[in-house]
Design a protein around this ligand. Structure first.
Ligand SMILES: Nc1nc2c(c(=O)[nH]1)N[C@H]1C(S)=C(S)[C@@H](COP(=O)(O)O)O[C@H]1N2
Ligand SMILES: [Mo]
Length: 393
């Protein structure tokens, strides 16, 4: 944690008792001044958010409300495949099974007694897109135990290659085998390689933004995979199972894959085109303009970047047919947070305008345009540039 962030933390804690906190929450974004107004987007509805209905099946974040690094728990996006399981924290046990030298069970108290680590983790559902007004994304500060520390403590059999994470949730789902589709009860499960499990990032998390996880967030315990798409972050974590074979569960092998055309013409039956199928793992580089604010005679554009944790080289904003202009990355950003950026839009003239952003990472990867992404068949991992229309009064 940088000196700056810990200073912010101190400040935040010091203010905790005052009503100022709501305004200053984690502070990365210039605070709203009196008389500031939001410039409405004219391309997509401005009332899309189903609202913070407690216990609702899914919830999108209204990205126009982003005003700080951390998304409050009652706004944090949420989605899942089945009914949310209500787990009793008092009797909860997290099981480690399969190819560990010492299979074990941990209560919530056991986990909380172990050395804790924090990570600010911004992530999106791999199905997030313009259609969802990019509202299947949020950022939280998660607290938990390093998965690698627990695995080292239990000892991993040298033949183990996969670590499978099962949620407590299950339900009936279509499971396809060749021409046959079965309706089978499925427990939600995802896997990663032992190599990835031994990295320092994966966290067995029991808190977000300093409070216990909510039901939506996977109470009492979830896996946190910084830099990975939402689906890898298994909620209501019940069992961690180590095995030698690849895990081929429905939500690992079939539901979360991407098909892209490489070479040739890209026509479906073109023998020169190679159709490459990949798993949904790390987040693809994406930037999104979330809100536009009018402050006096100036306009301020605010947005966020999501990616796999590679440092960001630049974020640029383009107004209408103008040149790409550098946006400013906020100092509170960290490796796995979403990266907030602002852009001062000077000389905005009355009338309709189009704004779009693009991110470039330190490896030279540039966020693609819609056209550049057209060779991706399946809808997941849509990280295309997202133009927005606004009307300046
Ligand atoms: N147990 C369980 N974990 C799950 C899921 C699920 O259906 N069951 N859905 C995944 C998907 S697809 C996403 S996008 C994220 C959403 O996390 P959130 O609700 O905390 O935003 O949870 C992931 N973890
Ligand atoms: Mo998702």
């Amino acid at each position: 944690m940088s000196h700056q962030i810990s200073r912010r933390e101190t400040l935040r804690r010091g203010l905790a008792a005052t009503s100022l906190l709501a305004l200053l929450r984690d502070l990365p974004v210039p605070a709203l001044a009196q008389g500031d107004t939001d410039v409405p987007f004219t391309d997509l509805p401005n009332n899309f958010n189903p609202g913070g209905v407690p216990g609702a099946a899914t919830r999108q974040l209204d990205i126009r409300k982003i005003d700080g690094m951390l998304t409050p728990k009652d706004q944090f996006f949420t989605t899942q495949h089945f009914m949310k399981p209500v787990v009793d924290g008092a009797t909860y046990k997290l099981k480690f099974t399969g190819m560990v030298n010492k299979p074990a069970e941990f209560s919530l108290a056991d986990l909380k007694a172990m050395k804790s680590t924090e990570v600010v983790h911004g992530f999106e559902c791999s199905g997030n897109s313009p259609r969802a007004i990019q509202g299947l994304a949020s950022c939280g500060r998660f607290t938990g135990v390093r998965l690698s520390a627990v695995l080292k403590q239990l000892g991993v059999n040298s033949k183990a290659r996969e670590v499978v994470f099962f949620g407590a949730d299950h339900g009936s789902a279509d499971v396809a085998f060749r021409q046959q589709t079965y309706k089978l009860d499925q427990q939600f499960g995802r896997s990663i390689t032992v190599e990835n499990a031994m990295k320092p990032e994966p966290l067995i998390a029991y808190a977000m933004n300093g409070e216990p996880l909510t039901l939506n967030q996977g109470f009492p315990v979830r896996l946190v995979m910084p830099g990975w798409y939402g689906v890898a972050n298994v909620k209501w974590l019940a069992e961690v199972h180590l095995q030698e074979d690849r895990y081929l569960g429905n939500y690992q092998a079939r539901w979360y894959r991407t098909i892209r055309g490489v070479g040739g013409t890209g026509k479906d039956d073109d023998p020169e085109t190679q159709w490459v199928e990949t798993e949904v793992t790390h987040m693809q580089l994406k930037s999104v303009i979330a809100r536009v604010r009018k402050s006096g005679n100036e306009h301020q554009v605010l947005g966020f970047v999501l990616n796999d944790g590679t440092p960001i080289k630049s974020v640029e904003v383009k107004v209408d047919d103008g040149p790409w202009q550098k946006a400013t990355l906020e100092s509170a950003n960290s490796q796995f947070s979403w990266k907030l950026f602002t852009y001062r839009w000077e000389g905005a003239t009355p009338g309709a305008h189009t704004l779009v952003s693009r991110a470039t990472d330190a490896n030279g990867v540039v966020q693609p345009t819609v056209a550049e992404l057209s060779r991706k068949k399946t809808f997941l991992e849509d990280n295309s540039q997202f133009p927005r229309k606004v009307m300046i009064a």
